[in-house]
Write a protein that binds this ligand. Structure first.
Ligand SMILES: Cc1ncc(COP(=O)(O)O)c(C=O)c1O
Length: 399
C-alpha cells in the first residue's frame, strides 16, 4: 500500500496530542477560552455585509475573459494599495492567486528544480513544510534571535546556504515573513540590505510574505518588499488578513527587481498562472470594493490588538513568572513562561485544567521550550479571562 503513493505524500497523519486533547475537551462539552482565535470572520468584527454582498454582483462577471495575471481592474486596485505605502507597483508586475499558498506554489515552481533549497525563518508559520514537500523543495532554516527584539541571524543564513549548495542542487530563494508570524517582527532596513547582498552574491530571489504588513504597531509605515529593486523579489499578500476575508480566496504576487530578470520572471509566471487560471470572475471584479473594506476592518482589529496588549501588560505586571516578547505587528504575541516540561504538555494541561487554549511554541519551531503563542484578535472579554486563568495556572504550577 505504501508504495502506491508518491514519497512526497508519506506524511505522518496521526493526530497530535494537542489536537486530540482539544477534540476530547470539546466532545465533553467543556468550555474553551480560545486564545488562538485567528479567523477574523469569527471574532465579533462588524463587516459591512451589504457592501460585501453587493460587490459580488457584477454584470461583467457573466462574460468569460481569461487573463492569466488576473483582471486588470483587480490588479489596478492592488497597485493602488501599494501606492499608499509609497511603492510603485505596476499592474504588469502583479499576478492574482487564490491564496498565498498558491502564490508560494507558483514561485517554488518558477525558482526551484527538484531538490533545490529555500531558506525559511525559524521560528515561523508551519505551513511551509507541506508546501515544500508538495513541490519537491528542501527547506533550510535560518534563525531569528531574540535580544531586545527579534533580529535575523545572518551567520545561520550563510551556513544554511552553504549546507544547501550541492553538486546539482542549489539554494534558490530566501523567504522572509514581514512581519513574521508569530514573532511579529519586521525586517529592518539594514537587514533588507543584507538580504539583498546575500541574494545578489548567490543568485537567489527574495520571497516576502507580507500578509500582516498593515498591522504594524509603529507610527511610521513599514517598508514593503514590493519596492525592492536590488534583486528579484516577490512580495505576497492578500485579502485574508488585509480585509479580514480569508473565505474570499484572493491573494497576489507583486514582483520587483532588476531588468531583464524581472520581465523574464513575469513571462514564466504568466505561463504558470495561465495553466491553472484559478481566479474566478465575480471575486476578481469584487477586489476593488473588498480592498476598500480594509479600512473599517483594520480599525477594529487595531483597536482590539492594542486593547488586548494593554490588558496583557497590566496582568503581566502583577507577577514575575511570565513575560511577553516585544511585538512590532501582526496578530500574535509570544509569552515566555518557565520551563517545567514541554510546551505541548503545558498547553494540554492548561486546556484540561482551565479551559484556556493557547499554542505551544514548538508548533512554530521555537529553539527551546518555554514559549506560548496567543492571538491578539481574540474578543476582549475572552482574552482577559483567558490571560487571568493562564497566569494563575502558571503561578500554581511553580508553587
Ligand atoms: C504568514 C502567513 N502567510 C500566509 C497565510 C495564509 O494566507 P492565505 O489565506 O492567503 O493563504 C497566513 C495565515 O495565517 C500566514 O500567517
Amino acid at each position: 500500500m505504501r508504495n502506491f503513493f508518491a514519497r512526497r505524500t508519506s506524511w505522518n497523519l496521526t493526530t497530535n496530542r494537542y489536537t486530540e486533547a482539544l477534540a476530547a475537551h470539546r466532545r465533553a462539552g467543556r468550555e474553551v477560552l480560545d486564545l488562538t482565535a485567528s479567523n477574523p470572520t469569527n471574532v465579533g468584527l462588524r463587516y459591512r455585509e451589504d457592501e460585501l454582498l453587493k460587490s459580488l454582483v457584477h454584470a461583467q462577471a457573466l462574460t468569460y475573459t481569461p487573463e492569466a495575471k488576473g483582471l486588470l481592474a483587480a490588479r489596478e486596485a492592488v497597485s493602488t494599495y501599494y501606492a499608499a505605502y509609497g511603492s510603485q507597483v505596476s499592474p504588469d508586475n502583479l499576478i492574482l492567486t487564490t491564496s498565498t499558498s498558491e502564490a508560494y506554489s507558483f514561485l517554488f515552481r518558477l525558482l526551484c528544480d527538484p531538490g533545490d533549497t529555500v531558506l525559511v525563518p525559524t521560528p515561523s508559520y508551519p505551513l511551509f513544510d507541506f508546501l515544500a514537500d508538495l513541490h519537491d523543495v528542501k527547506l533550510e532554516p535560518y534563525e531569528l534571535l531574540y535580544d531586545h527584539g527579534w533580529q535575523i541571524d545572518f551567520h545561520s543564513a550563510q551556513a544554511a546556504i552553504e549546507r544547501a549548495h550541492g553538486a546539482v542542487s542549489r539554494c534558490r530563494a530566501v523567504l522572509a515573513v514581514h512581519p513574521n508570524n508569530p514573532t511579529g517582527s519586521f525586517a529592518k532596513p539594514l537587514e533588507v540590505e543584507e538580504l539583498n547582498r546575500i541574494c545578489a552574491a548567490n543568485e537567489m530571489a527574495i520571497v516576502a510574505d507580507e500578509v500582516f504588513l498593515d498591522y504594524s504597531l509603529a507610527k511610521d509605515l513599514p517598508l514593503t518588499f514590493s519596492s525592492n529593486s536590488t534583486v528579484l523579489t516577490f512580495a505576497l499578500s492578500g485579502l485574508s488578513k488585509i480585509s479580514g476575508l480569508p473565505q474570499m480566496k484572493i491573494a497576489w504576487i507583486a514582483a520587483s527587481g532588476p531588468q531583464p530578470l524581472l520581465s523574464d520572471a513575469m513571462g514564466r509566471l504568466e505561463v504558470i498562472a495561465d495553466t491553472y487560471l484559478s481566479m474566478n470572475a465575480p471575486l476578481q471584479w469584487a477586489v476593488p470594493a473588498m480592498l476598500e473594506e480594509r479600512h473599517g476592518i483594520q480599525r477594529q482589529l487595531r483597536q482590539r490588538m492594542i486593547g488586548n496588549l494593554a490588558l496583557l501588560d497590566a496582568e503581566l505586571a502583577t507577577q514575575e513568572l511570565c513575560r511577553r516578547l516585544e511585538v512590532e505587528g501582526g496578530w500574535y504575541a509570544v509569552l515566555r513562561v518557565p520551563v517545567v516540561g514541554s510546551d505541548e504538555d503545558l498547553a494540554i494541561a492548561l486546556l484540561r485544567e482551565t479551559g484556556v487554549l493557547v499554542q505551544p511554541g514548538h508548533f512554530y519551531d521555537f529553539a527551546s521550550d518555554g514559549y506560548l503563542v496567543i492571538s491578539l484578535i481574540t474578543p476582549g472579554d475572552e482574552f482577559a479571562e483567558g490571560i487571568r486563568r493562564l497566569l494563575a495556572f502558571i503561578a500554581g504550577h511553580q508553587a
